[in-house]
Design a binder for this molecule. Structure first.
Ligand SMILES: [Zn+2]
Length: 461
């Protein structure tokens, strides 16, 4: 018997965890943390409805926290099998898990100091030690090469774009009575984005688990270099500080790269970029180590050290130097994590900068429901940060051209090479209305059977 259980990213975009069982073999595809509103985050504290010590393996599609952030809890709860991922995903996962542990520790300390907690004592979901305990289980797998997990399951990765090392997972399954196949899309990227490879051609399978982050939505066509130049002109004129909440891995490199290309081409004057993230250098090293996984070739990396970091780029590792940025005058750029403004150093910059009308806030990614980022995108006049009211007078500018996610037409385009209908498409990884919209489009355009699983639902294939 073959079953799929959706223990995350069902009715929401975060907490990706899909349990595949083939007879007694149990494989978890992605092991993400729930993010966003409190009721969702609290799910990270309740044990999953399966026994982690029963799992044979975890297969990761990519290294975003909503796909890997539950690993330390899984290992803590007894999972001792291998965690498969591509090599750059593993390196980024290590950095991201340590960072997530730090962010949680810092937030818990802050809440305890300010007594901003409804609990006796705020605790991190996992510690740096918990994060490190997962590292020994990571096992690299390269794109397009089959990996066997016993006689009944094998899988291989196909490039999915999105972020460095991201893949869709194709699986061939055999439960003794029949053979079948399934493709887990993971997060599918866009076409022709700076620094990121295009999504590859997805193999045809019997079943498809498809993300729907931007179901029913179309990203406005944007020339990202042109738009970024326009934002930069504006901050020069207004002597504005541009605050960019960005996923520290990938997005920060992409933005720095675009700005430095514009400076090199003399389309904009040089501007100081402050990267307030201790991860930046380590992440850039990963880009240097895995040139075949992104679109800047090795010789370009060797030739121009400033592909990512020019003289105008200052890195802030220590908290003290981060705090000095509070006095920074424009024109200048502060880039800091987290991308959805759910934690991390960006919060301190927002407390300091949001009430200042000279501040420009650049929104470059998806903001999940219930996050601070979403409230600001939706035009909130004031927000609460660390339980303190903060007025929003800063100008918010959206640059969706940098979204790491395909919109619904790009997803349909990605699926275009499929000649045969899959038996069923499971539409996941979207807020309810977006999954509905994506499923509707797939039915209308392709006439494929679609199914939107609810959280913790199990289906038999
Ligand atoms: Zn992702």
């Amino acid at each position: 018997m073959i079953t799929l259980s959706f223990h995350g990213a069902a009715g929401t975009v975060t907490g990706s965890k899909t349990l595949l069982t083939v007879n007694s073999r149990k494989i978890l595809i992605d092991c993400g943390m729930f993010q966003g509103p409190k009721w969702l985050r609290q799910k990270n504290w309740t044990p999953p409805p399966f026994d982690p010590s029963d799992l044979d393996a975890v297969v990761l599609t990519h290294a975003h926290v909503d796909h890997i952030g539950y690993l330390p809890r899984l290992v803590q709860a007894g999972f001792s099998g291998k965690i498969y991922a591509t090599a750059p995903s593993i390196e980024m996962a290590k950095i991201l898990l340590l960072d997530a542990a730090h962010i949680q520790q810092e937030d818990a300390d802050y809440r305890n100091r300010k007594k901003a907690t409804s609990h006796a004592r705020a605790l991190p979901l996992f510690t740096v030690d918990d994060a490190r305990k997962t590292f020994g289980q990571f096992t690299p797998v390269i794109f397009n090469r089959w990996k066997k997990l016993g006689d009944d399951v094998k899988f291989r990765y196909h490039a999915a774009g999105h972020i460095l090392g991201a893949g869709s997972v194709e699986m061939k399954l055999n439960d003794g009575s029949r053979k079948t196949s399934i493709l887990f899309s993971g997060d599918v990227g866009r076409y022709s984005t700076p620094l990121v490879v295009d999504p590859g051609r997805p193999p045809e399978t019997d079943y498809l688990v498809c993300e729907s982050t931007y179901g029913g939505e179309v990203h406005e066509p944007q020339d990202i270099f042109f738009e970024m130049a326009r934002v930069m002109d504006d901050i020069q004129k207004r002597k504005s500080v541009l605050v960019i909440p960005a996923f520290a891995v990938g997005r920060t490199q992409q933005i720095t790269y675009i700005i430095n290309v514009l400076i090199t081409q003399k389309r904009i004057p040089s501007v100081p970029i402050h990267i307030d993230s201790p991860m930046a250098v380590r992440v850039t090293d990963i880009y240097r180590r895995f040139p075949s996984y992104h679109s800047i070739h090795c010789d370009q990396l060797r030739r121009g050290k400033n592909v990512f970091y020019g003289k105008n780029v200052k890195l802030h590792r220590k908290r003290k130097s981060s705090k000095r940025l509070n006095k920074l005058k424009g024109p200048a750029i502060i880039m800091s994590a987290s991308g959805m403004m759910t934690g991390g150093r960006i919060l301190h910059h927002l407390i300091n900068r949001l009430p200042d009308p000279r501040t420009t806030l650049l929104l470059v990614g998806f903001m999940a429901e219930g996050t601070l980022g979403r409230k600001i995108v939706d035009g909130a006049g004031s927000v609460y940060i660390h339980k303190m009211p903060v007025e929003v007078k800063a100008r918010a500018v959206k640059l969706m051209g940098l979204s790491g996610h395909a919109d619904s037409y790009e997803l349909l385009h990605w699926l275009e090479p499929w000649q045969n209908s899959p038996k069923r498409v499971f539409v996941t990884h979207g807020e309810a209305s977006r999954s509905e919209a994506m499923a509707g489009q797939i039915r209308k355009e392709r006439r494929w059977d679609t199914f939107i699983p609810s959280l913790d639902e199990t289906v038999e294939l």
